[in-house]
Structure formats: C-alpha cells, structure tokens
Design a protein around this ligand. Structure first.
Ligand SMILES: [Zn+2]
Length: 498
C-alpha cells in the first residue's frame, strides 16, 4: 500500500477508535490515573495496648499471630502501592498502637478512626481486618473473604465494596464470601465513603501460616488496590462523590407550626414592598445586617407588630448606639413567648408618630416611612428577643408572619461542614420558589457573628417558601452537599445538617 494512502486510512481510523472509546467510556491507554490526588484513609483494624477497661478488639491465630499485626502488614503494603499511584494516603496507625489513650472505651477507640478520616479530609476510608468465626463453629473448616458496607450504603460504597471483594478474591485465590451489610461503628459513624474488608479467617491454622508471609500480604493489598482502580476507572468516576450525610430531622423542631411559636405579629409595613435586604446578609462594607430593610413608598404608615408599649423614641439625627437609627421607635411586646420580652425596632422613618410609654395595638400607626430612593432611608426592622441590646437581634422573618403570603412555609436550619464547623456565608443554591420574588441567587447562610433564633439556633433561614406539591420536594445545594427538603404551608422545615 502506498504510504500516503495508508496514513490517510490509519490516522482517521485511530481517531475514530479513540473517539469511540471515549464515547462509550472504555478506558483507553491514556485514561487518567483515577487514583491521582484521591485522599484515602487506610485503617489497619485494632492495635496497641488493650486492657479489660480499654479493649481494642481483634482476633488471634491458633499459633499466636495477632490480627492487629496482620492488618498492619497489609496496610503498609497497600499504602506504598497507592502512594506510588499518586493517591494521598493516610494510615490511622503505622505501628502497633491504639489511637486513644488507655482508659478510653472501645467505642471511643473506634470513633477515633472516622474522626481521623474527617481530619484528613479523606475521600475514601478502608478498614482492613482478618476474621474469626462465631461461637460453635470449627475454625479449621471456615475461611473466606468478605467485604462490608454499612446497612444503608451509598451507591459509591456498594460499587467499591463489590469491586474490592471481587479483586481481593481473585488476587488471594480465596473463597468468595460476598459483600455484606454490617452495622459497624467505623462504617456507621463515618462521614467519608467507607468499606471494611475481612480478608480471611486468621483462626484457620493454614490461613494463619499464609498471612505470616509478606508476599501473601502483598496479594491481599493488591486485591484492594485493584478493586479501587477497577471501580474508579470502569465506572469513570472522576471525583469520589462526597457521602451525602444523614439529614437529621430534629423531631422537636421540624414541622413546627409558625403560628404556635410566633404569635400573631403583623407585617410592620402595610403597602407595597419592592425590595428587602435580608437578615444576616453582608452589606457592602462586609458588616452583617441584623435587620430587614424594607423599601416602601414614602409616607407609608408603619403599624405596631403587636400589642405592646413604646419604650424608646428617637427623633434626633444622632442615633443611640443601642438603636442605631434615626427616627426610631422601639416597642416592647409582653404577651409573647411565655414572659420573654420581645422588642421590635423600627428605624429610619420620616416621621415618628408614637411617644414613650404609649400603649399600642396592631392598629396603631407609629410612624411614616421615608422615601425609598436610597437604601439609607429604607425602613429598618429588627426583632430583639430576651433583651433590648443589639446582641439579642434575631431574624425577624422567624418572628413575624410571612410578609408576602400567610400560606408560605419556612426552611431554617443549622449546617456544618465536613469538619463539623458551622458554615458561614455559604451560598445556598437550588430550586426554591419564593413568594413574590426570586430570592435564590442571593441566598447565603448567615455570616459569622450573626445570631440564630433562641428556638431554632439556625445558621440560615429561607422565608416565604412556596409549599411544594405533595410528592415533590426542593433540592438545596449548600456548600458541597445536595439535600432534599419538603416544605408545608405555615410550617418550619428544620434542617440539621452535620
Ligand atoms: Zn478485626
């Protein structure tokens, strides 16, 4: 064949094959190494000094091989393989030691291991063990490989466990005991994708002899390594997904009727509301807002939120540090929250019509709004619960009825990152339909220093949420998590995301 013709045929043919492979997900020669950069914690099970009060668990071979030593021997070889492949590897222990001091319980010892994975910001957690049969079974007749996932595994954990199980059995030439669900502490209490491998039964004397051999340990480690590569590569997993964490619905707080807790406080503003700056937003100078700002036409009457007594009036241009607004009225409401005083603060009005010690009702006009052409003149509205000081400021939207629609629901909650620190000023995205206007693009968790309510202690709040139709739900993306939320009319959906 003519050289030019052969190039004309071969080059497009190669391109076609490459493109074809990429399309159907077949790993081709230069498939990127799926282990590069993946953060893996290897947990050689048990280890170190055990006492009756502080056991560390683990089994023993008939000739005395300790399980913690066997697990560590495999872990050290696995670490080397994974590191060579570019993974970031962390061992819960690299010597024969416990993770917690003597005196700690077994469950504290177990808990230290997932805690270590969180500390290392791990993507994957693999616990390595050797097995022992239950009572009444002849250990010499039992020897197989099994891999465990938690009783409610993620799809990632399930897929990884199956790949590891298959490859460990192939590498060791062992009997296939299958993948099982188990309520193990290190799997259950683990915010990182986690599996647990029981390579074989150390209680079987032939197996104990094999496990003493470093080449056999190499085969065990290689099985796990191959399982990881197979799973990540075959399923084209470019990034280990974060484990969706348990969404703890606090029964006492979730589904609480707003009306039950927040008495009939009225909308402080009657009239068209064009715009609001939400509680807990950062203003341009980076200062968190502890108020809601209403943009309303000039001379709109402002009503008292509820029965109460005017305790403070300021009509001077130099604001009081406690109530930093000009033309400000503060009302103390006594009949709410079982004796805890609630103060509502109305600032930056054009005209104050209330006087100190005046008794007011929801029908009382306490002032008139200023023009709304600049933000400075918007009506500022605060709710302070338990005391008058600024430190008592809480999200007014959780203390007054929905501004736009009395049928609205609320989403409030506390969110933490994977290191269990509250998430401040984190954008919340997702499909949330809000009455009146689209609030989603500018929705953030509160900045640091902004207080949640006495009751919910929330780190974010989304008010005026349209109740979603029966059978459907909202999806919120907070930080790197996606969660499903159901919202009911006049109810608070409480999220506690740890
Ligand atoms: Zn074990």
């Amino acid at each position: 064949m003519n050289r030019r013709i052969s190039i004309l045929i071969i080059v497009p043919l190669i391109l076609l094959i490459i493109l074809g492979c990429a399309r159907i997900g077949i790993p081709f020669l230069w498939t990127p190494n799926p282990l590069r950069g993946v953060r893996i914690v290897i947990d050689p099970g048990h280890g170190g000094v055990a006492t009756k009060q502080s056991p560390t668990g683990g089994t023993k071979g008939p000739r005395g091989l300790r399980e913690p030593d066997a697990n560590l021997a495999v872990a050290l070889q696995l670490k080397k393989m994974l590191k060579d492949a570019g993974a970031k590897v962390f061992l819960t222990r690299e010597v024969d030691r416990r993770m917690t001091p003597i005196g700690s319980t077994y469950s504290q010892e177990l808990h230290a291991r997932p805690a270590f994975a969180v500390l290392k910001d791990a993507d994957i957690f693999i616990s390595l063990h050797h097995n022992a049969p239950g009572p009444g079974r002849n250990p010499e007749e039992i020897n197989f490989t099994s891999t465990y996932v938690y009783t409610e595994p993620t799809p990632f954990e399930m897929g990884l466990a199956q790949a590891i199980q298959h490859n460990v059995v192939a590498s060791m030439g062992s009997e296939d005991g299958g993948v099982h669900k188990g309520d193990f502490h290190v799997l259950r209490e683990n915010p990182v994708q986690a599996v647990l491998v029981e390579f074989s039964f150390l209680t079987n004397s032939a197996e104990e002899n094999r496990v003493r051999d470093t080449h056999y340990n190499y085969l065990e480690a290689r099985g796990v390594y191959n399982g990881l590569v197979t799973y990540l590569r075959t399923y084209n997993i470019k990034k280990v997904p974060l484990k969706p964490l348990a969404l703890e619905q606090d029964k006492e707080r979730a589904g609480y009727f707003i009306d039950h807790y927040v008495p009939r406080l009225y909308n402080p503003v009657k009239g068209e509301i064009d715009q609001r700056f939400l509680y807990g937003m950062l203003d341009e100078g980076g200062t968190p807002r502890r108020f809601i700002s209403f943009s309303v036409p000039a001379d709109t009457p402002v009503y008292s939120a509820w029965d109460g007594e005017v305790v403070y009036v300021n009509t001077v241009s130099q604001p009081d540090p406690l109530f930093p607004y000009k033309n400000c009225v503060v009302i103390r409401h006594d009949h709410v929250l079982e004796g805890t005083p609630i103060y509502t603060v109305y600032g930056n009005m054009k005209t104050v019509l209330a006087w100190t010690y005046e008794k007011v009702t929801p029908e009382t006009v306490i002032g008139l709004t200023d023009s709304s052409d600049t933000e400075e003149t918007n009506l500022k509205f605060e709710v302070r619960v338990g005391g008058r000081g600024a430190e008592f400021a809480q999200n007014p939207e959780l203390w007054i009825l929905s501004v736009h629609n009395r049928e609205a629901g609320y989403i409030v909650g506390r969110v933490f990152n994977r290191k269990k620190k509250p998430m401040y000023n984190t954008q919340i995205q997702g499909v949330v339909k809000v009455f009146g206007y689209d609030k989603t693009p500018q929705l953030y968790t509160y900045p640091k220093g902004v207080k949640g309510s006495t009751f919910w202690d929330e780190t974010f709040a989304i008010s005026d949420v349209l109740p979603n139709p029966e059978g459907s739900s909202y999806h919120l993306i907070i930080g790197d998590r996606e969660i499903e939320v159901k919202v009911q009319a006049c109810k608070v959906t409480y999220i506690n995301l740890k």
